[in-house]
Design a protein around this ligand. Structure first.
Ligand code: SF4
Ligand code: SF4
Length: 463
């Protein structure tokens, strides 16, 4: 594909989005021609796009992908090349933040991905990999079964041996990527279904415990519960909750995402909570968009909108209610990494920084090229391991340049991706979720609890 958006020019009069005139897309929720038409091809989004940064290809930029959507709507068939450019998009939404014309690329790519999943015949290897990923990651019981073998793999030295020999990387490169990304398995304590507020109750909140977050980063959920309780919240973690559907919706698996969304709505409605608190950026952003996902479902459309209105990232919620628990000093230098689905998709940037700055003794540093994705992007780093590695290494280099002792972010995927890049560098840095830092301050722990050797590679001690 060598054509560029300039060949059609801005504002070209085409009957975009008309049923029956669609080429690449069918008429079940195609990318909106109206939204496509909002792009004026100015190119302001290009410098923030990770794939454009990597390859310098117009069709791997937001503007190029919007152009491909436009040609698809005008009658171009869905070709392998077209799908490749859509697939390569990380869905980081840096372009949404950068765009001065307010182009809703997030809605465009989501609609496009659903069309690709339904209408495009992927090569068998790609299909099998995606099937395997989705048979595992949204299922916490299956992830739990992996904890034992992973712990043995890490503890026996097999991981180090295979990494040093490069054997696994040669025989099963994608498996090697997943094994490298996995954080060190630590004890996972079962959380109760309800934890009462410490002191007078200010709110009743539900907590999404998540799939990867719950099984691979149990310390983040434990810290979230302690902080919310300390701030005067009854915390409810309904046993019936499952996957929120984020991975599915971000990868075009619309029907599956809708099933997960309906179950999540049923569960938190039944819990009768004032707010649903989420500590994984990707999950929070998709739950805030349930209304769009279920817009055509007469039974759920309104309920989805009501639930979405209650969803808060944990930093957003804590900033809203304000602190009552005392913060003890924590003498540590922190580099805060904006998870894309928190900063670009939810617009939550100020709250986590403000919460961290409120901790006495903590020094906050900004990461150069902060808007650029770390290359995690859900399952993107498994589907595209080499470019993901390049983005991860670039991010780790920028984090290291801050000289901070602790990297803090709000998404399990970022913790794994940047952690594994630090491991490649042979550098040491502590890694923690924002809420773990607040928890350490409230409990009066020493900085060693966050930056000690057991916290490297995104380690999160179960407590
Ligand atoms: S979502 Fe990210 S990767 Fe995709 S086009 Fe926008 S900036 Fe590029
Ligand atoms: S910044 Fe917005 S209007 Fe400009 S090319 Fe990118 S998406 Fe289009």
């Amino acid at each position: 594909m060598t054509t560029t958006p300039e060949h059609t020019g801005p504002g070209a009069a085409v009957p975009l989005g008309m049923p029956g005139t669609l080429g690449a897309f069918d008429d079940h929720r195609p990318p909106s021609g109206e939204l496509v038409g909002d792009c004026v091809h100015c190119g302001f989004c290009l410098p923030t796009c990770p794939t454009y940064n990597l390859w310098g290809e117009e069709m791997d930029s937001p503007r190029g992908r919007i152009y491909l959507m436009k040609s698809g709507l005008e009658g171009e068939p869905m070709t392998d090349a077209m799908v490749q450019h859509f697939d390569a998009c990380l869905g980081c939404m840096a372009c949404v933040t950068a765009c001065p014309s307010g182009v809703q690329y997030d809605r465009l790519i989501e609609a496009t991905r659903a069309q690709v999943e339904r209408r495009h015949d992927r090569p068998p290897g790609d299909r099998a990999l995606r099937t395997a990923i989705f048979a595992l990651f949204p299922h916490k019981r299956r992830l739990r079964l992996m904890r034992g073998p992973l712990r043995a793999y890490q503890a026996t030295g097999l991981q180090r041996a295979l990494r040093r020999s490069g054997l696994l990387a040669r025989m099963a490169p994608r498996l090697a990527v997943m094994a490298d990304l996995a954080p060190r398995m630590t004890r996972r304590d079962r959380l109760p279904e309800r934890v009462p507020a410490v002191g007078p109750r200010r709110a009743v909140v539900g907590l999404l415990t998540g799939c990867v977050q719950g099984e691979f980063f149990p310390g983040v959920n434990a810290a979230t519960v302690r902080v919310l309780a300390a701030e005067g919240c009854d915390v409810i973690m309904p046993r019936a909750q499952g996957c929120c559907g984020a991975l599915s919706v971000h990868n075009g698996r619309e029907a599956e995402a809708q099933r997960y969304a309906r179950r999540t709505i049923d569960t938190f409605e039944a819990a009768g909570v004032d707010a649903v608190v989420v500590n994984a950026a990707g999950c929070g952003s998709s739950m805030k968009e349930y209304a769009d996902l279920l817009a055509e479902d007469p039974e759920y459309a309104e309920r989805a909108a009501r639930l979405s209105a209650k969803v808060r990232d944990v930093s957003e919620f804590l900033a809203e209610v304000g602190p009552v628990a005392r913060r003890h000093p924590l003498d540590v230098t922190v580099a805060y990494h904006d998870a894309c689905h928190l900063a670009h998709a939810q617009g939550v940037r100020a709250q986590p920084r403000a919460l961290l700055r409120d901790i006495p003794g903590l020094q906050l540093r900004e990461i150069p090229e902060g808007e650029l994705c770390c290359g995690s992007a859900g399952i993107w780093n498994i589907l595209f391991p080499e470019p993901a590695r390049q983005l991860g290494d670039r991010k780790a280099g920028n984090v290291a340049a801050t000289g901070a002792a602790l990297l803090v972010t709000a998404n399990p995927g970022c913790l794994m991706q940047i952690g594994s890049a630090f491991q490649r560098r042979g550098d040491r840095i502590g890694m923690a979720h924002t809420v773990e830092v607040i928890d350490a301050s409230i409990r009066g722990l020493s900085p060693g609890a966050l930056v000690g050797p057991e916290r490297r590679h995104g380690l999160s001690r179960a407590r």
